[in-house]
Design a protein around this ligand. Structure first.
Ligand SMILES: Nc1ncnc2c1ncn2[C@@H]1O[C@H](COP(=O)(O)OP(=O)(O)OP(=O)(O)O)[C@@H](O)[C@H]1O
Length: 285
């Protein structure tokens, strides 16, 4: 472990010391604080979170069985979906009425899986529209030539620095579709960083990544914290959660059922039941 990583982990641990392992636990310095967030699709309540706070400068994992509402909750917080009710503050500003691009501008940025349209663009073009796609990828894809002309040199410079950091610089003129699964994940993260976020939200950053690249991705995620960012990520792989998360929030059937350190969560009977319950249900279908 590098000195920088040790310092980052220790600072995150100190910030969370004494926070009770219970849903909605207050944090000393919450960058995000959400209350009464509910999203129903017809009769199905996908998200019903009473209260949650995310401590600034930490890596928080959001876990829960399939269909727990994790992705829907991400979509709500980042303005890509609208709640049935609820409110939240991000970095001291009311954010629940913001549109997705306003949320991104305020500093809360999520990664997106590379869609078909993006895989047909070069890696560098993907970076240059990295900021823009938070307002709707399809709309912006058509504007790339104009962006190219109008772009500031600073954007290009930043893109190249990030591609270097994520070891994708040699691929900059390649189609994104030519990248391996792991390299795509790196590109998704690098694109989100074009916006210089304060908080980055990663949806299953390890899905489809081979073991060789997993370690490198983990290091990149820790670096985000060491650079002062707050990280919230959805993940199913508990080994990974143990390795990098300072804190874990658990959702089941739309609700936040508990929070705590990775060790506390692994030992929590409610968490074990939630996962076993989900498997049990699946087995019955
Ligand atoms: N647009 C939608 N219309 C109707 N139902 C939806 C919609 N989006 C999500 N749902 C439902 O809401 C519930 C929560 O889904 P969500 O994708 O948020 O769960 P998740 O925890 O991210 O699951 P996974 O781990 O499988 O990705 C599911 O029952 C899902 O079928």
């Amino acid at each position: 472990m590098s000195d920088k990583e040790k310092a980052g982990k220790a600072a995150a641990g100190a910030a969370l010391a004494g926070v009770p392992a219970e849903p909605g636990a207050p944090k000393a310095d919450a960058i995000l604080s959400a209350t009464g967030v509910r999203r129903a699709f017809g009769g199905l309540v996908a998200v019903d979170v009473e209260h949650v706070e995310i401590q600034r400068g930490t890596i928080t994992a959001l876990i829960g069985p399939n269909g727990a509402g994790k992705t829907t909750f991400f979509n709500l917080l980042t303005g890509f979906d609208r709640p049935s009710r609820g409110s939240w503050d991000f970095d001291g500003r009311r954010a629940d009425r913001m549109r997705s691009f306003q949320v991104a501008r305020a500093g809360m940025v999520r990664t997106f899986q590379l869609t078909k349209a993006l895989t047909r663009m070069s890696v560098l073009d993907n970076m240059l529209i990295g900021a823009a796609d938070q307002v709707g990828e399809r709309m912006w894809a058509g504007l790339v030539p104009r962006l190219w002309r109008g772009q500031e040199a600073a954007n290009r410079e930043r893109a190249l620095v990030l591609l270097e950091r994520f070891k994708l610089i040699d691929k900059r003129e390649h189609y994104a579709g030519e990248l391996s699964g792991g390299q795509r994940k790196l590109l998704e993260m690098a694109r989100a960083l074009m916006l210089e976020p304060k908080m980055i939200m990663l949806d299953e950053p390890m899905a489809g990544v081979n073991p060789a690249l997993k370690q490198s991705l983990l290091e990149h995620i820790k670096d985000l914290r060491e650079d002062g960012m707050t990280v919230l990520f959805v993940e199913h792989d508990m080994d990974m959660v143990h390795e990098i998360a300072d804190w874990v929030a658990v959702m089941a059937a739309g609700q936040l059922i508990t929070e705590g350190t990775p060790d506390q969560i692994s030992a929590d009977q409610r968490v074990i039941d939630a996962y076993l319950g989900a498997h049990h249900d699946a087995a019955q279908h």
